[in-house]
Design a binder for this molecule. Sequence first.
Ligand code: NDP
Length: 490
Amino acid sequence: MTEETPKLLDYAPAPESTAIVTVPDRKGLFIGGEWVKPVEDGWFPSINPATEETLGEVAEATADDVDKAVHVAHDAFENVWGTMPGAERAKYLYRLARAVQERSRELAILETMDGGKPIRESRDIDLPLVASHFFHHAGWADKLEYAFQGRATRPLGVAAQIIPWNFPLLMAAWKLAPALATGNTVVLKPAETTSLSALVLAEIIAECDFPPGVVNIITGAGATGQALVEHPGVQKVAFTGSTAVGKQIARSAAGTDKRLTLELGGKGAHIVFEDAPLDQVVEGIIDGIFFNQGHVCCAGSRLLVQEPIHDVLMDKLTRRMETLRVGDPLDKNTDVGAINSAEQLARIEAMVQAGVDEGATIHQPSCDLPGNGFWFRPTVFTGVGASHRIAREEVFGPVLSVMTFRTAEEAVAKANDSAYGLSAGVWTEKGSRILWMADRLRAGVVWANTFNQFDPTSPFGGYQESGYGREGGIPGLEGYVNLVAPGGAA
Ligand code: NDP
């Protein structure tokens, strides 16, 4: 018996007001606690991907600006932050966490305007997690001596932090919070298409009276990032982004004493056994691949379904996809927002064309897409072969590749048949099977009967081409410290 396709309920539009957000025409670079013009006076527009309207202009930092920022960060490390007692550093971080909460509505709306993600997600997921990362790490700042079993910690110095455009503010928090809690100073570069919320964060940091130079935020493109990671005054590089750029950074750090953590791409396996509760599974699949338009490094982009339930699950999934609301990210009813940039849309389109050309079957809902802006329909491919590009390469968009398996051993083999190793999910009623699978899946995170859950206490990171090092929890602190025996040398 096939169930009837549910009708899309007729919701009235519920747009979030943007009145609370003011984007200045130009803001500048945040260096040494001040807003400064870039040395070469270069600027580029930041646009709203849902409307293609320019929101404001962002400074293009060059090597001279990078040099200035690294020097003030070094001075702040030597003279203030690196020697400040942890309990004092904690006060700044608690203050920052609370200030983020106070301005969370404004930040959520700005994040949605600049990046295209649904307001429901920036409001209910990104911003609460940003605050909780600062709270969590504030708690560690004066307890570091308990984190590493009898070993004391020493900060490294200046951390260069490069973040991507998919979770702009959340990635800034993931990077800043552990670095600052452990006594390092920071020069952070947000992604070119999504710099605006990091600049408001800089304002908040200034309002919280952080000593000048402890946090510096410089904007620019890939060349700015490259100048930052290659600067000899940097002791630590933390990067989240594509595997290609991660490899480039690893090559440039090789032969130096810079510490490096890389959080790169993924091709997460989402595995569904025949005993799983299928209606819940469908919601998990939707969340796993369509959350944030699939611009998620740990997205469940490869669905492995036990053969007997493949047809019934695909039937449920494609019917559920018809009810997804794709459109205005500022509308509180929207499920899937805008693709972050024209470049990313072109990459997604090329990968989907490759899927069609290689013979997979494409399923898309019949929804209308807005006229302006960058949009892509939620997409599922069935009949995908293990060698297809859509089964092997990161699409970083709302595109799911579905394959089948018969036994748990085959599921593990197929899940591990990837150059990546960031995330996986397992759906089954049997707890023992979850543990058996988790032991064998080569992924930094394995979710059980859920997907895409994040928590600052839980380490996150990958294997293989997904990078190395962890963010969150005690392992996340380790990337920012030298460990020393009490009274001993580093
Ligand atoms: P990038 O890896 O180029 O961007 C990530 C960050 O690195 C940005 O801040 C970027 O700056 C900066 N950057 C770029 N080149 C360099 C460099 N040589 N040295 C130092 N920093 C640099 O990702 P893209 O935006 O180009 O996206 C391409 C693909 O990467 C996507 O399609 C997706 O598959 C993947 N991706 C994966 C992410 C993940 O979390 N796993 C996140 C983002 C992308 P700028 O923005 O100015 O170019």
